[in-house]
Design a protein around this ligand. Structure first.
Ligand code: F6R
Length: 616
């Protein structure tokens, strides 16, 4: 996830850069680890800086770019290559003829880089994007036309991308292509724009065109021409943006949290992207711990805090089942200050969205001091924990702005599944066709999550009816247990309502004393295709129902047995047991968010909390 802007106007002036920078400031929520801007009359000139957009603005104030008619800019959320000046976009071609910005992942960039090396063109950055600039320049030399050159270049690319390019020889146009990543065109008066979303240009124009899949657009100051990757002309309807600038940044949602809940199918899809080799086996390129060490490990300890720790709980069920390695899950701050049994055969897995959580960082340092290898599952590239660990498996959830974690959670769970399957494959616990079957089931999850989100109105209605409750219980077994914990945490932190999550089997050992007439109790019901587990949860449902509880079940489509005892059933699609959390947590996120909204609370910034907890 990155933010992209392109602009062409009729006059040579500083407006081109100003418009692009204004667009970048609105797109900063899409990525903020580096930013850059380029202009293209004659020789391309560009400035790019690691860190927040302000670093770029400060540099440009001291060293302004020349006046121009066109400009492109980028605000980055790193995927390949750390957040440095060099890796920031735009990326200039080897001959300085073209420059590009990119959002997405070029899956075959190693192959493309190899082809370039054969022609004596070596990369100067660690990004996947740079190869696009070089290939584009080679095609431009052959065709003499930037649009045609980009059309030929995208034919060679695999993965997801929005690419925006300009050439020094064509100062009156900007060209952009889109596959599996967003791109919209803004229509001005004597000027035109492209952007990752309408926030890029909503301060300039409300007229826009949504680009289709596998299409290329060429904008000049007065024209917009769209064609398919095959070169056929396409007509697209214009629409009017009815969001103000603030709403545009949130993709039309009232809050970042709602937007991020809706981002979840993409977060899971992007985290899975590019992990399968041509032969169908799972590859984790970033896993820089020797295979011989991973084969030898005899214990995994997951260290994390809060929601990330609940992702670790889910990981325990999956990794133990697939790999037969014992997995302990420990809150990072507890791990650090006791005397954990750790050896060189222990793999410590640190899970963290921000990569800056001090408790988790201290646990990572402690584990490494004890001789363990540390693998971090991190969302923010270049963060401290990513740097200090032996290996990193990045989630590709994009920046999470709302304080309460949603899309990072499902991306973390997805990454732990990948890790589990990778270890199972490596250590021979699963045959490659079995790994492939699980991967295919995982690939189906983004659509299933989208299916649950599409039913959000029913959950919101339920939340409205419960706005005056003072206590809610959440119960689940197996992987439903960490989901219950997460459901309770979301409600506490967003709606300031007392909430507890329990393992459903634990109920009779104490918590059932809390149940009285009307007490709302959520159950995360496992699939009926695990009859024993399902029956046990149904017994627990009946136990609380008999004591007057209001029973709210999250259950699979077609699970008719549940309906008999529940006051309300929220449906999720049929899903393999271990993957259930990816769908069953979604109604609970929507519920907490809606209930907090109903109470007039600020869901993006709950009281007393910070997004990144950098103190112990
Ligand atoms: C809850 C939440 C927190 C974080 C925790 C760890 O919604 O967001 O519980 O999960 O503070 O943060 P990271 O993942 O950045 O280490």
């Amino acid at each position: 996830m990155c933010g992209i802007v392109g602009y062409v106007g009729g006059e040579t002036s500083t407006r081109a850069v100003d418009v692009v920078l204004e667009g970048l400031s609105r797109l900063e929520y899409r990525g903020y680890d580096s930013a850059g801007v380029a202009v293209g009359p004659g020789m391309i000139t560009q400035t790019k800086k690691a860190g927040k957009l302000q670093n770029l603005l400060d540099d440009l104030e001291a060293n302004p770019l020349p006046a121009s008619r066109n400009s492109i800019g980028h605000t980055r959320w790193a995927t390949h290559g750390g957040p440095t000046d060099e890796n920031a976009h735009p990326h200039l071609s080897f001959d300085g003829a073209v420059t590009v910005v990119h959002n997405g992942i070029i899956e075959n960039f190693f192959d493309l880089a190899r082809q370039l090396e054969e022609q004596g063109i070596t990369r100067v950055t660690q990004t996947d994007t740079e190869v696009v600039a070089h290939h584009l320049a080679l095609r431009l030399k052959e065709t003499g036309d930037l649009t045609e050159a980009l059309r030929e270049t995208v034919g060679e690319l695999e993965g997801s991308f929005t690419i925006v390019a300009l050439a020094g020889s064509e100062p009156d146009r900007v060209v952009a292509a889109r596959r599996n990543s967003p791109l919209v065109v803004g229509l001005g008066d004597g000027e035109n724009f492209v952007g990752s979303d309408v926030a890029a240009f909503v301060g300039q124009t409300k007229r826009a065109i949504e680009m289709g899949q596998d299409e290329i657009v060429t904008i000049t100051a007065t024209t917009v021409e769209i064609q398919t990757f095959e070169g056929e002309t396409v007509e697209r309807e214009e629409f009017t943006v009815d969001w103000n600038a603030d709403a545009a940044v949130k993709g039309g949602f009232d809050t970042f949290m709602e937007k991020e809940i809706h981002d979840q199918p993409t977060a899971v899809r992007d985290t899975l992207l590019g992990r399968m080799s041509e032969t169908g086996s799972l590859m984790l390129d970033e896993l820089r711990i020797e295979e011989s060490i991973l084969k030898r490990i005899d214990k995994i300890i997951v260290v994390a805090c809060g929601t990330a720790a609940y992702a670790g709980h889910v990981a325990k069920y999956a990794i133990e089942h697939w790999c037969r390695i014992p997995v302990e899950v420990e809150l990072a701050h507890e791990f650090r200050y006791r005397d954990p049994v750790v050896s060189e055969k222990t793999l410590v897995v640190a899970i963290t969205q921000s990569g800056e959580t001090m408790d988790t960082l201290m646990a990572v340092r402690h584990a490494r001091d004890q001789g363990a290898k540390v693998l971090a599952i991190v969302n923010a590239h270049g963060s401290t924990i990513a740097r200090e660990s032996d290996a990193v498996l990045y989630t590709h959830a994009g920046p999470e702005v709302a304080v309460a974690s949603t899309k990072a959670f499902v991306a973390q769970i997805t990454a732990t599944y990948l890790l589990g399957l990778y270890l199972a494959q490596l250590r021979g616990n699963k045959y490659s066709d079995e790994v492939l079957t699980y991967l295919e089931e995982l690939m189906a999850m983004p659509d299933k999550i989208a299916d649950v989100i599409a039913r959000e109105d029913e959950v919101k209605e339920l939340a409205r009816s419960m706005k005056d409750v003072t206590s809610v219980l959440f119960l689940g077994r197996h992987v439903g247990y960490p989901v219950a914990l997460e459901g309770a945490l979301k409600l506490k932190e967003l709606a300031y309502i007392h909430a507890e999550g329990f393992a459903a089997g634990e109920l009779k050992h104490g918590p059932i004393a809390l149940v009285e007439e009307g007490q709302p109790v959520f159950f995360i019901v496992p699939t009926p295709r695990r009859p024993l587990l399902h029956a046990k949860v149904l017994s627990n449902v009946q136990e609380v129902k008999a004591r007057g509880a209001r029973v709210l079940c999250i259950a699979e489509e077609g699970d008719d047995a549940v309906a008999e005892f529940a006051d309300h059933v929220l449906r999720i699609p049929e899903t393999p047991t271990l993957l259930h959390p990816l769908v069953s947590v979604v109604p609970l996120q929507i519920f907490a968010c809606a209930l907090a909204g109903e109470k007039g609370l600020d869901v993006d910034k709950p009281r007393n909390l910070a997004k990144s907890v950098t103190v112990e």
